[in-house]
Design a protein around this ligand. Structure first.
Ligand code: G
Ligand code: G
Ligand code: MN
Ligand code: NA
Length: 246
């Protein structure tokens, strides 16, 4: 058996589960939302992380059904939460470029009854490199539905701060590598400063990802990050056992 065949079965056999990692504000008052992170509960191999199956899903085209599943499932689960938290779903560049994306997002919202303002999609800057007009249309269609849009892993691609002027992002997520390096690397800190400086004039929220220590948290608040995610606050967990208060 190949892992591709196993993945086909996983989708139909409900072996794919979403884990939820909390996102909080700088005052640690509330959990504002969760990022949905997929895990594969493989019957023989145990839990497989997305880095080991998303690339295969992308190569084989299975990403379309896997991605639709993530959107429907995240909306369905978030609708059952008592709070007003948002749920953030990662979109593969292949999904983002697919002409069916908007109707899938619409379908997930309709079937779940989740208010569009509680769904956020995360895209990486790599999707913005080509086909600029098409990308703007897709982003505008998502905006028109009322969902939030986050630019994920910011700083790792061919980023240019100029993207931020031409696309309607609600949030930028600073890649965790910068948070990790910030204490020892002037360059990492300089990039964090450039991003937060820019965001102040553009009214975009900045999420710091991969926050693991109280020192990092304090420094990132000082630098103007407004949202925080990382093991310091909570790890990705199944919906039933996710962190619900701080
Ligand atoms: O927890 P972590 O190992 O979950 O996630 C690794 C990477 O896999 C992240 O970059 C994340 O964007 C990606 N990922 C996690 N869940 C999904 C998903 O449902 N769809 C897509 N396309 N990517 C995901
Ligand atoms: O989509 P994205 O690449 O942003 O996914 C976030 C990734 O970061 C996931 O793999 C998630 O499990 C991981 N992650 C979340 N918080 C932390 C953290 O505090 N430290 C580290 N090393 N990884 C984290
Ligand atoms: Mn993400
Ligand atoms: Na990220």
């Amino acid at each position: 058996r190949t892992i591709e065949n196993d993945l086909r079965d996983a989708i139909s056999g409900r072996q794919l589960r979403l884990y939820y990692q909390p996102i909080t504000d700088g005052e640690l008052k509330t959990i504002l939302g969760y990022e949905a992170l997929m895990r594969w509960h493989h019957p023989q191999r145990g839990i497989i992380l997305p880095g080991d199956f998303i690339p295969i899903a992308e190569e084989t085209g299975l990403i379309h059904s896997l991605g639709a599943y993530a959107l429907y499932e995240a909306c369905r689960e978030a609708k059952s939460w008592t709070g007003e938290q948002t749920v953030s779903v990662n979109l593969s560049p292949i999904q983002f470029k697919n002409s069916g994306l908007i109707s899938i997002v619409e379908g997930a919202l309709q079937e779940s009854g989740l208010p569009p303002s509680r769904l956020e999609v995360e895209i990486t800057e790599s999707v913005l490199l080509d086909d600029t007009l098409g990308n703007i249309r897709t982003l505008q269609s998502l905006k028109a539905l009322g969902v939030l849009i986050a630019l994920d892993d910011f700083g790792t691609g061919y980023s240019s701060l100029s993207y931020l002027r031409s696309f309607p992002f609600d949030k930028i997520k600073i890649d965790k590598s910068f948070i990790n390096d910030m204490a020892d690397s002037r360059e990492a800190l300089a990039i964090i400063r450039a991003i937060t400086g820019m965001s102040r004039s553009l009214d975009i929220q900045i999420t710091a990802e991969g926050v693991e220590s109280a020192e990092q948290f304090a420094k990132l608040r000082e630098e103007g990050c407004t949202l925080f995610q990382g093991y310091l606050f909570g790890r990705p967990q199944p919906a039933e056992t996710r962190l619900t208060s701080l």
